[in-house]
Write a protein that binds this ligand. Structure first.
Ligand code: ZN
Length: 202
């Protein structure tokens, strides 16, 4: 295996997982699609799922109604247990060591500058109220949100990781395609869907 290539990919992945907007090159925000990043290093298995909120809860604005708040809460609660959506072979003997649930990444596709200067212009709001109100409608239509779920496992027998079934397609029909980046001794990019929901480690 080409070590330099591996290191390069790892760096790239690091950027992807730490930057709010940096992921756009590898994980474009496309409704119906989601990204899975899987890294097995020795006995440590890390899995990150990033998906447009639309696929999982059916909306992408901050939850407003009681029903929307309940949807987010139910999703976050269910995703606490990785077995809810990912079926890791029991023979690999993996135990969950950490989980970070539902980090929200709001993607404002055109209005970055507006957001950055929001505080500075706060005092002008009254004068601009009418104008902003008009713009508000179109800004709302451009509102997008990714949800991110990070899991880390310690696997006693990682050599038994072969095929991992992703159960998301059963639960969330709005999700039609999942791009899985799998980095082990080798690396691959796999496209999963309801017909082929298996992520391969070998
Ligand atoms: Zn969206």
């Amino acid at each position: 295996m080409n070590r330099a290539k591996l290191a390069c990919t790892a760096t790239l992945l690091g950027m992807v997982t730490t930057g709010v907007y940096a992921q756009s090159s590898l994980a474009p925000h496309v409704h119906g699609e989601a990204l899975l990043e899987t890294v097995l290093e020795g006995q440590v298995l890390t899995i990150t799922l990033q998906s447009p909120a639309m696929n999982l809860v059916g909306f992408e604005h901050a939850p407003e109604t009681e029903q929307e708040k309940a949807s987010i809460k139910a999703l976050e609660s269910a995703m606490q247990a990785p077995e809810y959506w990912i079926e890791i072979p029991t023979s690999a003997d993996c135990s969950l060591s950490s989980v970070e649930i539902g980090q929200h990444h709001e993607l404002s596709l055109e209005a970055h500058d507006e957001h950055e200067h929001e505080d500075e212009h706060e005092h002008e709001h009254e004068h601009e109220h009418e104008h902003e109100h008009e713009e508000g409608a179109s800004a709302q239509a451009d509102e997008h949100m990714d949800l991110r779920f990070d899991y880390s496992f310690l696997c006693a027998s990682p050599e038994n990781l072969d095929n991992v079934r992703i159960a998301l397609f059963d639960r969330y029909p709005a999700l039609t395609s999942l791009t899985a980046q799998v980095i082990t001794q080798t690396q691959s990019v796999q496209t999963l869907n309801a017909n082929t929901p298996y992520m391969r480690f070998k």
